[in-house]
Design a protein around this ligand. Structure first.
Ligand code: IPD
Ligand code: CA
Ligand code: CA
Length: 310
């Protein structure tokens, strides 16, 4: 990995910002929080989420004052507004895509499973991605064309503060498992009722065909774990750009694949329904299995797949 390149400097800022925000919310896990519902009773935000986003913005803009930032907490809430914001900014020449606290429901319930997700893109192509899990002190990061790695938080902090050599960490490789029956897959339950119904049907269908299923409550953590080969695959409906961008780069750079859940199309910053896996046959099998929902709705863009409406 070329630490002196422009992308090396972006990586250092992304890693430092992720470490600052993640360590901040980790320290607040047990404390009393103000909790509000956003677009639905299941879509929560706390007083900590916007503080984390501010910490990240300050670090990005101190180093790159002319860069654009698409952050969850500074975007109008709700799927339609989020989709519009992603569509209008996707082509930006230098865009950071930030979820300052992915796994807010876990955070509210004091479950230590939340991440920071920070991506950097140019004209729609994600070039750098960082997902930080402060509870395990794990920094998953990748640079387009240079692979994905996992580093300890302390080592990454030392490198980001003074990026003078190669960044630390072990290379990530996604799972080579081909057979669905041998897979552990993960999914998530969207905050909107129609999408959640769809996700529940999908879970029923797939749970009978796999070794086991997980729902850890952070899409970015699921993606990082697919990149690390800890999970064989992940799918979810109705995600936002900031849930996906960094983790998608990790999966791709770890040799995995990313596809649209409805039609298998390639990833773009506006994608909301996604499937990722280490081996392509697993993603194919997930897409095929979910075609059964509502007479083919998920894969053909009709029926229940349209119920979440974006
Ligand atoms: C949520 C998490 C969760 C996923 C939801 C997301 P947030 O993000 O990624 O795993 O199932 O769809 O909205 O709101 O905690 O940042
Ligand atoms: Ca999120
Ligand atoms: Ca969030």
């Amino acid at each position: 990995m070329q630490q002196h390149s422009a992308l090396g400097r972006v990586l250092a800022v992304a890693a430092a910002a992720a470490l600052t925000a993640g360590d901040y919310f980790k320290a607040r896990l047990a404390a009393a929080k103000q909790v509000k519902a956003k677009s639905s009773p299941a879509d929560l935000v706390t007083d900590v989420d916007p503080v984390c986003e501010r910490l990240i913005r300050e670090q990005i803009l101190a180093r790159f004052p002319d860069h654009d930032i698409l952050g969850e907490e500074s975007t109008e809430s709700g799927a339609e507004a989020s989709a519009r914001a992603a569509a209008s900014r996707a082509g930006s020449p230098r865009l950071w895509i930030v979820d300052p606290l992915d796994g807010t429901t876990n955070f509210v319930h004091r479950l230590p499973l939340s991440t920071v997700s920070i991506a950097y893109s140019e004209r729609g192509q994600v070039l750098v991605g960082v997902v930080y899990d402060p509870y395990h002190g794990e920094v998953f990061y990748g640079v387009r064309g240079q692979g994905a790695r996992l580093a300890a938080g302390a080592a990454m902090r030392a490198w980001a503060d003074s990026p003078g050599g190669d960044p630390p960490g072990e290379r990530l490789r996604a799972s080579a498992t081909e057979s669905l029956a041998s897979c552990i897959l993960a999914t998530g339950f969207p905050t909107r009722a129609p999408s959640r119904t769809l996700a529940t049907h999908a879970g029923f269908i797939l749970s009978e065909r796999v070794r086991s299923m997980r729902a850890l409550g952070s899409a970015a953590l699921h993606l990082a774990y697919v990149a690390a080969g800890r999970l064989d695959g992940f799918w979810e409906y109705d995600l936002n750009a900031w849930d996906l961008a960094a983790g998608v780069l990790l999966v791709e750079e770890a040799g995995g694949i990313v596809r649209g859940l409805a039609d298998g199309r390639p990833y773009t910053l506006t994608m909301r329904d996604v499937v990722v896996s280490g081996h392509p046959r697993v993603a194919d099998a997930i897409i095929e299995a979910l075609q059964a929902i509502d007479g083919g709705g998920a894969a053909k863009g009709g029926g229940m797949a349209n119920a979440h409406g974006v």
